[in-house]
Ligand binder design. Structure first.
Ligand code: WT7
Length: 650
């Protein structure tokens, strides 16, 4: 972490918004931001009440916030609304039914545009199919789909009938899918025969079939025909969507949901144990994603917005499905890889669709840099007016390239810090106000009381690295971990035991201007390409292989993916010259969790460095993996002789 601190300390470039951008922005002056911010943290009930009035309530709420049972927050208590009606019905009712909601493009180049009216009809039919299959309010439905319009429809159809969706990213393996279905006790799955990825079919249904061998409680597997590859079939469980949808009506009343009824579960990795089913509820989440999308992306009526994330992650939930649709924006949705058929695919899409607001990840930006300037230069990107990033700290070099090459030095960049747990953006520039600094997530969003504390809870001064804390509840905050209340309290609310403050697990500092700089995770979570993986999960996958005795996994800095996974493995029978074992183990992790968890490097060793009490010295392993030599306190190490072998000098 100290390397990163050095890195960012020297960054003093600053880029204020242009007068033109500022003029038309929703929030356009520092004074306006400060006035609104002050109200939002001093009188959150007043602030959020005003925001929430924008939503189409079925029944009004009685109280804005009830924090008496902290850390279980209740926002907008007593109110009723439906998230799909916020996203669809209200726009159709307000005369925007013919506006395009989604401009979808498949990887092979096929296209589909859906207006708000058409999307409402499709979602209603989808909801009716779910109902016909016996899915009821409160049931959990797993969604395992490629980035096709049906993914957004499936999510909204669940919301419409009050079923709790649990989207599982299509890159996860059958095993990971099964774990999530089991943990959430899902009773139905929505999938596709396959999806397109770099010209190849990802056989999604095959993974589902394998997962469902162990999930007898799943009564329905609803299958969308996308790639028309051969699939196995099990009656009566498996149902083709296009057949089922012929039998149902075009309209479906949205279920009136209590503000605190769960909207979805989304699994994410923690430093210990199995993935956590993060719970989000209806009203607070909708209010939070509605407002952050509107202000952070400064949405204007004619914008063409594009978030390149997958709906399988929180970014896609909040900033493809719920936030943008709640705001009635026109958005692009794309199925495939950024380099299919060529490295200019994203810029080709931006040009052809006239994208104005573009939101992507630092790891993607670094890949674009590597692929070369000629790819964006081939395209007219002059319609772009705002850029965003999310998922990991962005290195200033990538930030500057993004600004110059994609943003034409005119577009503000919003570097947004948030998490699966926060539901929506927490730290961010406001594009019409903030003079941005490359690498900084800048300022707290409205209602976010962020601070840098030490482990005793003392607030630290300017430029002192410490722990990021959120000191007050916010509407889109997580409501718990599915089935594990204790873990919810322990993980997020116990860092500072005598005060009810949220601990996100990130280190950060604040510069003398009050800007936040995220320094990365302080726990055993690795951030690979903006995706969280726990060292523990990868270790369990490794030791489940018969040829592994013990394993320790750490992250090392990587130019492209931010961090890469390095595994130190004690093989059964000791270390021999055996390359094929490492390949086999890499494959094994990919099968157990998914390709995103495949270690970049596996080092075989006869022992791991341990303390006398038997704890693996991960800090040491991190240094070795990164090739860093530094003076470490080695007095506690039980077996110092192992260090040479680990460094590869044995
Ligand atoms: C973790 C959350 C939020 C959607 C994508 C990831 C890191 C996220 C930033 C940023 C520095 C960031 C943090 C955070 N992170 N955005 N702009 N600058 N770090 O969601 O999988 O829940 O991961 O990603 O470490 O805790 P997630």
């Amino acid at each position: 972490m100290s390397d990163q601190i050095d890195n960012v300390l020297h960054e003093n470039r600053s880029f204020p918004p242009s007068a033109e951008f500022q003029q038309n922005a929703h929030i356009s002056s520092r004074e306006q931001y400060q006035r609104m911010y002050r109200e939002s943290v001093e009188h959150p009930e007043v602030f959020w009440d005003r925001v929430a009035r924008d939503l189409p309530w079925i029944e009004p709420y009685e109280q804005v916030l009830d924090w008496s049972d902290a850390p279980r927050a209740r926002w907008f208590t007593g109110g009723k609304l439906n998230a799909s009606a916020v996203c669809l019905d209200q726009h159709v009712a307000n005369g925007k039914g013919d506006k395009v909601a989604i401009r979808w493009e498949g990887e092979p180049g096929d296209r589909r545009d859906l207006t708000y009216r058409e999307l409402l009809t499709e979602v209603s039919r989808f909801a009716n199919v779910l109902k016909a299959r016996g899915v009821r309010k409160g049931d959990r439905v797993a969604i395992y789909l490629p980035m096709i319009p049906e993914l957004a429809m499936a999510v909204l159809a669940c919301a419409r009938i009050g079923a709790i969706h649990s989207v599982v990213f299509g890159g996860f393996s059958a095993r990971a899918l099964r774990d999530r279905i089991e943990d959430g006790q899902c009773t139905a799955v929505i999938t596709a025969d396959g999806g397109w990825r770099r010209g190849k079919v990802l056989p999604l249904k095959r993974e589902v079939d394998e997962a469902l061998e162990h999930c007898p409680d799943v009564h329905t597997s609803l299958v969308i025909a996308r790639t028309e590859n051969d699939v196995a079939w099990q009656n009566p469980r498996d149902v083709w969507y296009h057949e089922a949808v012929r039998e149902v009506a075009d309209t479906c009343e949205p279920e009136p949901m209590d503000s605190e009824d769960l909207l979805f579960l989304l699994y994410t990795s923690g430093s210990t144990g199995k993935p956590k089913g993060i719970m989000h509820s209806t009203a607070g989440y909708m209010v939070g994603t509605y407002l952050t999308t509107r202000f952070v992306f400064d949405l204007q009526p004619d914008d063409v917005y594009w978030c390149t994330a997958d709906v399988g992650w929180i970014t896609g939930h909040s900033y493809i499905v719920y936030g943008p649709l709640a705001n009635g924006v026109t958005q692009v949705m794309y199925e495939g890889a950024p380099n299919a058929p060529a490295e200019d695919r994203f810029w080709d899409i931006c040009e052809r669709h006239g994208v104005t607001v573009f939101y992507t990840a630092p790891t993607a930006i670094r890949a674009f840099m590597k692929w070369g300037d000629e790819h964006p230069q081939k395209h007219d990107l002059s319609k772009l007016r705002l850029l965003g990033t999310v998922g990991e700290p962005i290195n200033p070099e990538a930030w500057m390239w993004y600004r110059r090459m994609i943003g034409g030095e005119r577009c503000p960049i919003v570097d947004t810090w948030w998490q699966t747990e926060t539901g929506g953006i927490m730290l961010t520039p406001l594009p019409g106000v903030t003079a941005t600094k490359p690498g900084s997530a800048c300022m707290p969003f409205f209602g976010v009381d962020a601070a840098i504390l030490d482990s005793a809870g003392k607030e630290l001064g300017a430029d002192q690295g410490g722990l990021l804390a959120i000191r007050k509840p916010w509407p889109s905050m997580l409501r718990g971990i599915w089935g594990d209340e204790q873990r919810f309290r322990d993980t997020y609310w116990s860092k500072w035991p005598d005060r009810m403050m949220y601990f996100p697990g990130d280190g950060a500092r604040r510069d003398p201007d009050g800007y936040f700089w995220i320094l990365g995770r302080v726990d055993d979570v690795i951030n690979v390409s903006g995706h969280r993986l726990s060292t523990m999960e990868v270790e369990s996958a490794l030791v489940s292989h018969p040829k592994v005795v013990e394993a320790a996994v750490v992250g090392r800095p990587d130019d492209l993916t931010g961090e890469a996974i390095v595994a130190f493995v004690i093989p059964a029978g000791g270390v021999t010259e055996n390359q094929s074992v490492t390949n086999e183990l890499m494959e094994h992790v990919a099968t157990e969790i998914g390709k995103l968890a495949r270690p970049a490097e596996i080092r075989l060793t006869d022992a791991l460095p341990k303390t006398r009490s038997g704890k693996i010295m991960r800090r040491l392993l991190r240094d070795i993996a990164a090739g860093r030599e530094r003076d470490q306190d080695l007095t506690t190490i039980e077996n110092p002789a192992i260090l040479d072998q680990l460094r590869g000098n044995a």
